[in-house]
Write a protein that binds this ligand. Structure first.
Ligand SMILES: NC(=O)c1ccc[n+]([C@@H]2O[C@H](COP(=O)([O-])OP(=O)(O)OC[C@H]3O[C@@H](n4cnc5c(N)ncnc54)[C@H](OP(=O)(O)O)[C@@H]3O)[C@@H](O)[C@H]2O)c1
Length: 278
């Protein structure tokens, strides 16, 4: 099996490239390959055989997307459309990485793959547009929604909390945003299993369980010697930022579990990450 990984220098991209056999993967990244430019991307496909494209490249700065919705649309939606056209042309299966932010967060319990999405911010809208391009263009696809991802070296919530703690800064975190923290290592393994043995379709892949942002931050500090450090609990409405996330961003891995693909509890994954990796 020959894989292309886009966004290969991002959190998930690096993890996938490390995990897949070295001679089976072609890593695609800026500045050489810009997903918004289909002719440049065609050079990556020309002359190379590819079975599966794992499309991780995205404009992932959620507040940046709110400030620059046209860039969010260009990179996340049009960039995905370009890759989908090329997958159709070159006969490759496509895996699109998507997000819990395609949902509005008003559901009182977890979202399954059968729930109807409805994004409430420009990042979510651009990723939902990306999903719709895939559904229109391809038959051989996996849409994989995940949430609150972290990896070694990445810009993520875990590192933000640890940076604030190490600098002795005040930490205030929202109590009314819920989700499932997901370790990139566990997600990458699950994606590889999915492509190996599950039928095409839409899947949610997150570490199991869920927590508030506040509870997530508390667990990070408790596991890293900062258990005595206080965190000020705040509400989303008190937190000034450009983008508003869905309050309930909890995904349930309903579809993947029916093919025996399950991810361990988020607390276990986070504990391993903080002990062995960070
Ligand atoms: N992180 C999360 O919590 C989370 C949650 C749900 C879903 N997701 C989705 O999962 C995927 C991977 O997330 P991640 O956290 O690994 O992202 P990331 O660390 O932000 O990496 C994104 C990668 O995309 C590249 N990229 C940006 N614009 C590009 C363009 N025009 N052409 C080619 N490459 C471009 C970036 O390159 P540079 O580094 O050079 O800018 C970077 O390598 C994304 O699709 C994201 O939407 C992430």
């Amino acid at each position: 099996m020959r894989y292309f990984v886009t966004g290969a220098r991002g959190q998930l991209g690096v993890t996938l490239v490390d995990m897949l056999p070295e001679n089976s993967v072609f890593a695609i990244n800026l500045p050489e390959y810009d997903v918004t430019d289909i002719e440049t991307m065609r050079h990556a496909f020309d002359g190379r055989s590819v079975d599966v494209v794992i499309h991780c490249a995205a404009y992932t700065n959620v507040d940046g997307c709110a400030l620059n919705p046209e860039i969010a649309n260009l990179v996340n939606a049009i960039g995905t459309r370009n890759i989908a056209y090329l997958c159709a042309e070159y006969g490759a299966t496509m895996v699109l990485l998507s997000t819990n932010e395609v949902f509005d967060g008003r559901k009182p319990y977890s979202y399954t793959e059968r729930d109807i999405p409805g994004a409430i911010n420009p990042y979510g809208e651009s990723k939902l547009a990306a999903e719709r391009y895939i559904l229109d263009i391809l038959e051989r696809y996996y849409i994989v929604r995940t949430s609150w991802m972290y990896a070694a070296g990445g810009e993520n919530f875990v590192h933000t909390i640890l940076d604030l703690a190490s600098q002795g800064q005040d930490i205030a975190v929202v109590t009314d945003e819920l989700g499932a923290p997901t370790y990139a290592q566990d997600l990458a393994s699950a994606i590889i299993e999915l492509v190996d043995r599950a039928p095409y379709g839409i899947y949610h892949l997150v570490n199991s369980g869920n927590v508030s942002r506040y509870g997530f931050a508390r667990q990070v500090l408790n596991l890293t010697g900062y258990s005595s450090l206080a965190i000020k609990p705040i509400l989303l409405e008190e937190y000034e930022r450009e983008s508003c996330p869905p309050r309930n961003g909890i995904l349930s891995n309903w579809a993947a579990s029916s093919y025996g693909i399950t991810l361990r509890p988020w607390q276990t994954a986070l504990g391993e990450f903080l002990t062995n990796v960070t």
